[in-house]
Design a protein around this ligand. Structure first.
Ligand code: GDP
Ligand code: IMO
Ligand code: MG
Length: 423
C-alpha cells in the first residue's frame, strides 16, 4: 500500500498531533520521520490533554503500531519522561512502539552545545528550544553521531566518551557562561538509556518496506513546519532537519513513488515561536487577542507564540514544495468574533508587487498586501457538520481553496478529537 504524509505548512504547532490522532483510525502504522523533542504534539480526548515529543501521535489507538524513524533524533532523558507520562494509561508500549536503529541520540553535551551556541549568538539567536537538536544533526551529517543501534554494541560508551570530550572542548571554545554538572547529567542520561534499551529496536526501513508489501497502511507524521525546513524555511531561523515531504523519504526510507496523499495542515491564522522574519505578524490588540483566545503558548517551552494573519504567499509556497493533495484548516474557532479578517495575498517587495516567497523576507524588504474578509460571530466549537458553518466562514474557506487549488478536507473547531469536521 501507499504511504500518506501529514505535515505542517507554517512555522510549526499547526495541530499535527491532533489530526494524526484523528486519522490513526484509518492506518496500521504511524511513523514519525524527523525532528526530536523540540516538537510538542498536543492531543485531547476524554477530557485529558497529552503532549507528545518523540513518540508518534498514534500511540493512544488500540491497534496502530508507532514507529520512530531513522530521521528522528532521540533524547533518552526526554523520552523516559514521555514514557513515565504514559504509564498511567493502558498502553502496551513495548508492543506498540518501535524505534529505528538508525535514529541518532541527543547526548547531554548536545543540549549544552545548543545553549552555548545560542548564548554566543546574542541578539541574533535562533530562539532554539535548547533541546540539542542542531548539534545532534550536525554530528549526524558530520559523521560523528551515536545511533540507537550503537547501544547494542559493547564499545558504545567509548564512542560516547570521545564525542563528549570533544563537545566539552567546543563548549569552552564558545567562551560563554554555560553552567553544568556533567556527572549529574550523565547519571540521568545513562539511567534513561537503560529504559530506552527495553524497547524494540528495528531496521525500520525494512520493516516499513515489508509493511507496504503486505498491504498495511502507513501515515508518516512530520514535526515542526515547512517554514522551519533547513532548506526551504526562513534560514537561518529554522530547525536542522528536512521538515518538508522529502524528509519522509530520507527519514523513513520510503521511496518517493510510494507516497500517495500529502496532508498539509495550517492554522486559519499564523503563529511563530522563536526568532526570525514573519511578514504578517501583528503587534496590536488584534494579535494579542489571537494569542489569548488561541492559547498561543509553546507546548515545549511555554514561550508566547507570535501571532498574525494568514499568509497565503507563504502557504502557496509550502503547499507547492510539499505537493500537498489535501488541506486541513485548524483553529478556525479562534477567529470567531473578529470583525474583519485579513489574508495576505501578495507582498510589496522592494517596491514591486510579487506573489511568490522571495529569498529574503526580512521586514525591511517586505510589506504584506491584504485582502479583507468579513468575520463571523458564531461560536464554531459545538458544530459538527459543514452545513452549520456561517456564510463568512464558507467565504473564507472557498477563497483559500480557490487560491491554493487544493481542497480543504478538514476544518478543526477546537482542540478535542471530536471537534473535527470533515468536508
Ligand atoms: P503540533 O505541534 O502541530 O501538534 O501543534 P501543538 O500541539 O504544538 O499546538 C496546537 C495547539 O492548538 C494545541 O494546544 C492543540 O490542543 C490546539 N488545537 C488544535 N486544533 C485546534 C482547534 O481547531 N481549535 C483550537 N482552539 N485549538 C486547537
Ligand atoms: P512542532 O512539531 C514550533 C522552532 C524554535 C526555533 C527554531 C529552531 O511542535 O510543530 P530547534 O530547537 O529546532 O533548534 O529550534 O524552530 N521550533 C518549533 N516551533 N513548533 C515546533 O515543533 C518547533 N520545533 C522547533 O522555536 O525558532
Ligand atoms: Mg507543537
Amino acid at each position: 500500500m501507499a504511504v500518506d504524509l501529514l505535515l505542517g505548512l507554517q512555522w510549526g504547532d499547526e495541530g499535527k498531533g491532533k489530526i494524526v490522532d484523528v486519522l490513526t483510525a484509518n492506518y496500521d502504522i504511524i511513523a514519525r520521520f524527523q525532528g526530536g523533542p523540540n516538537a510538542g504534539h498536543t492531543l485531547e480526548f476524554d477530557g485529558i490533554k497529552h503532549v507528545l515529543r518523540t513518540i508518534p501521535s498514534g500511540i493512544f489507538h488500540e491497534t496502530a503500531t508507532n514507529v520512530i524513524g531513522n530521521g528522528v533524533v532521540i533524547d533518552p532523558v526526554v523520552f523516559k519522561k514521555e514514557l513515565d507520562g504514559l504509564a498511567k494509561f493502558d498502553i502496551d508500549i513495548h508492543k506498540k512502539l518501535i524505534i529505528s536503529r538508525k535514529a541518532h541520540l541527543i547526548l547531554p553535551t548536545h543540549r549544552l552545545l545548543d545553549a552555548a551556541s545560542e548564548a554566543a549568538k546574542g541578539k541574533a539567536k535562533i530562539g532554539s528550544t535548547l533541546k540539542g537538536i542542531g548539534p545532534t544533526y550536525m554530528d549526524k551529517t558530520g559523521r560523528n553521531g551515536i545511533r540507537v543501534g550503537d547501544l547494542e554494541l559493547d564499545n558504545w560508551k567509548e564512542k560516547y566518551r570521545a564525542l563528549t570530550n570533544k563537545h566539552e572542548a567546543m563548549i569552552n571554545f564558545y567562551n560563554v557562561d554555560v553552567q553544568y554538572d556533567l556527572q549529574e547529567l550523565e547519571d540521568e542520561f545513562f539511567a534513561a538509556v537503560k529504559v530506552l534499551k527495553t524497547l524494540q529496536f528495528i531496521d525500520s526501513e525494512e520493516y516499513l518496506h515489508q509493511a507496504q508489501k503486505s498491504g498495511k497502511t502507513i501515515l508518516a507524521e512530520g514535526a515542526q513546519g515547512s517554514l522551519l525546513d533547513i532548506d526551504f524555511g526562513t534560514y537561518p531561523f529554522v530547525t536542522s532537519s528536512t521538515t518538508t515531504a522529502a524528509g519522509a523519504c530520507t527519514g523513513l526510507g520510503v521511496a518517493p513513488n510510494k507516497i500517495k496523499d500529502v496532508f498539509g495542515i495550517f492554522k486559519a491564522y499564523t503563529t511563530r515561536v522563536g526568532s526570525g522574519p514573519f511578514p504578517t505578524e501583528l503587534f496590536d490588540d488584534v494579535g494579542s487577542d489571537m494569542a489569548r483566545i488561541g492559547h498561543e503558548f509553546g507546548a515545549v517551552t511555554g514561550r508566547p507564540r507570535r501571532c498574525g494573519w494568514l499568509d497565503l504567499v507563504a502557504l502557496k509556497y509550502t503547499a507547492q514544495v510539499n505537493g500537498v493533495t489535501q488541506l486541513m484548516m485548524m483553529k478556525g474557532d479562534v477567529l470567531s468574533g473578529f470583525k474583519t479578517l485579513k489574508v495576505c495575498t501578495a507582498y510589496k517587495y522592494k517596491g514591486e508587487t510579487i506573489s511568490h516567497l522571495p529569498y529574503n523576507i526580512e521586514p525591511e524588504n517586505i510589506e504584506p498586501i491584504y485582502t479583507d474578509f468579513k468575520g463571523w460571530k458564531e461560536d464554531l466549537t459545538q458544530m459538527t457538520d459543514p452545513s452549520q458553518f456561517p456564510k463568512e466562514l464558507n467565504d473564507y474557506i472557498d477563497f483559500l481553496e480557490k487560491e491554493l487549488e487544493i481542497p480543504i478536507k478538514i476544518v478543526s473547531v477546537g482542540p478535542d478529537r471530536t471537534q473535527t469536521i470533515h468536508r
